[in-house]
Design a protein around this ligand. Structure first.
Ligand code: KIV
Length: 269
């Protein structure tokens, strides 16, 4: 199979904002140098998501990820994909007020090459986003279904099912745009409402579980490549059956070791 080289260009926040109504943004998560290198010239944005706490660390949700973990993984990603626009997800509890948020974001900028940070929250967190952007931190918002609210909300709930929630989501998007975010992740929202949100703002809306009406898409790499087997949300498409392929390969290795067909003569010194 040939590797398709696309028209990759290194991103910055101005280029990303200019994608609005022109080209769909492709964003994917990565947590390590190896996979980041594979995604480098394909994805417009690499997100070091706190989803690593689930898919990498095996935890039930994202809440116990720490800033030091995020910094460690972001450094690995930036090393593997130096040309990529890398966004670090600020983990739960690291932006509980404006001052904490700013000192933690400064720590991220000082210790990694991340181009931006991502923050979950709408109108309720707009003052925090504003404080960061007015202190030269590039911020990507995240509204709709917000995984860091899973325990306080009592589960992962699709948003935008009522008129009231639709209005709240539009208000959230407008507040985060006004606070200076350069793009917003919109997760788990009814697609007709996602369309209204996308039309309401002038910055790109990057959807996940929000239909094809947004300005781009983001997927967690271990979901889209079929490595994460615990559950498959409706919005995930498997582009590879990764778990099955790895199991078959490791079984083959075991069998080759057992019957001594590995290593072969040409694999010897
Ligand atoms: O943590 C993450 O990977 C995310 C994506 C689901 C957008 O926030």
């Amino acid at each position: 199979m040939s590797i398709i080289k696309n028209d990759f260009e290194k991103m910055n926040i101005t280029k990303i904002k200019n994608f609005k109504n022109k080209k769909n943004l492709t964003m994917i998560t990565a947590y390590d140098a190896l996979f980041a290198k594979l995604f480098e010239e394909v994805a417009d944005i690499i997100l070091v998501g706190d989803s690593l706490n689930m898919s990498f660390a095996g935890k039930p949700d994202t809440l116990s990820a720490t800033l030091d973990q995020m910094i460690y993984h972001t450094n690995a990603v930036c090393t593997g994909a130096p040309k990529s626009f890398v966004v670090l997800d600020m983990p739960f509890g690291t932006y509980i007020n404006k001052n904490e948020a700013l000192s933690n974001a400064i720590k991220v900028y000082a210790q990694t090459n991340a181009a931006a940070v991502k923050i979950e929250g709408g109108e309720d967190r707009a003052d925090i986003v504003k404080h960061l952007t007015s202190n030269s931190i590039a911020v990507m918002g995240h509204i709709g279904l917000m995984p860091q609210y899973v325990r306080s909300e009592g589960g992962y709930k699709v948003r935008g099912k009522t008129k009231e929630d639709e209005e709240q989501l539009i208000a959230d998007a407008l507040a985060i745009e006004k606070a200076g975010a350069f793009a917003i992740v919109l997760e788990g929202v009814m697609s007709d409402v996602a369309k209204k949100i996308t039309d309401a703002v002038n910055i790109p809306i990057i959807g996940i579980g929000a239909g094809n009406v947004t300005d781009g898409q983001v997927l967690v790499w271990s979901d889209m490549l079929g490595f994460f087997e615990n559950f498959k949300p409706k919005f995930v498409r498997h582009y590879l059956n990764g778990a099955q392929l790895v199991k078959e390969a490791v079984n083959q290795y075991r069998s080759d070791v057992q019957d001594k067909s590995f290593p072969a003569k040409e694999e010897e010194y």
